[in-house]
Design a binder for this molecule. Structure first.
Ligand SMILES: Nc1ncnc2c1ncn2[C@@H]1O[C@H](COP(=O)(O)OP(=O)(O)OP(=O)(O)O)[C@@H](O)[C@H]1O
Ligand SMILES: [Mg+2]
Length: 232
């Protein structure tokens, strides 16, 4: 079965035979507010808890906001950043082209020199705005994944969902490049009442994963997947 990297979310690990296979690149697709950044931070926090270093590359929130968000869930990453167990990089979308070139040359070394086991890129959708050419986008994404893999990290790439098809990413690319796809979505009950958040594993290479759609909650201690319950 190979080594598994725990996500920090017990119910999700149960759906994945214990976690994400080490070395995989997993896309987390969801529409706005479904908890992509939360899941990504929870994943890094779980690593830090067991002494695994992590890198968070953000194209959305800056370092201060990420520290705040993380702290609000009870994961204080500030000391971890200070002691170099974690690194946060904010890429301004306006500088993304330069940043991407730098990522290409520096990321493998950074992962190796830090000894980072986990990496997050939040979000890949903004990275894809770099180009309008499908083939170029695909090759940018593919090269990035190769670099992460070559350096031996297990990565989560968040991606915005397509409005007309919430189980696909906005560009429809990352799900093909990634080894795994986790989809966060919501169901609006016909009878009214609260929106129900739901999670499913669409693909996870080399894993006999659950195909069930499970409800989850966003709580003050992060994402909680109710693996014993059914959405439908
Ligand atoms: N302390 C908390 N307790 C409970 N729920 C929270 C808490 N903090 C945030 N949330 C919920 O999490 C949601 C935001 O989650 P998150 O930022 O991870 O989503 P996202 O998918 O990354 O969103 P975006 O598309 O904007 O990047 C909030 O809208 C709120 O519903
Ligand atoms: Mg987010």
């Amino acid at each position: 079965m190979g080594d598994r990297v725990g996500t920090g979310i017990a119910g999700l690990d149960q759906m994945l035979e214990g976690g994400v296979p080490a070395g995989h690149i997993v896309a987390v697709i969801g529409s706005c507010g479904t908890g992509k950044t939360t899941l990504a931070l929870q994943y890094l926090a779980a690593g830090l808890k067991q002494g695994e270093k992590g890198i968070f590359i953000s194209l959305e929130e800056d370092e201060a906001a990420i520290m705040q968000t993380s702290k609000s869930y009870g994961w204080d990453i500030e000391p971890q950043i200070a002691s170099k167990n974690m690194a946060v990089f904010k890429i301004e979308p306006s500088e993304a082209k330069v940043a991407l070139a730098r990522i290409k040359t520096d990321l493998p070394n950074l992962i190796k020199s830090m000894g980072a086991k986990r990496l997050v890129l939040d979000s890949v959708s903004l990275l894809n705005m770099l180009s309008t050419d499908e083939a170029e986008k695909r090759s940018i994404l593919f090269a990035l994944c190769q670099q992460i893999k070559g350096a031996g990290a297990t990565a989560l790439l968040t991606a915005e969902a397509r409005p007309e098809n919430p189980t696909a990413s906005r560009d429809g690319l990352v799900e093909y490049v990634a080894d795994g796809v986790i989809v966060l979505s919501y169901v609006v009950p016909g009878s009214g009442g609260d929106v129900q958040l739901s999670i499913r594993v669409m693909k996870m290479r080399r894993t006999k994963h659950s195909r069930a759609i499970k409800p989850y909650n966003l709580t003050s201690s992060g994402m909680e997947v109710l693996s014993a319950s059914q959405v439908f």
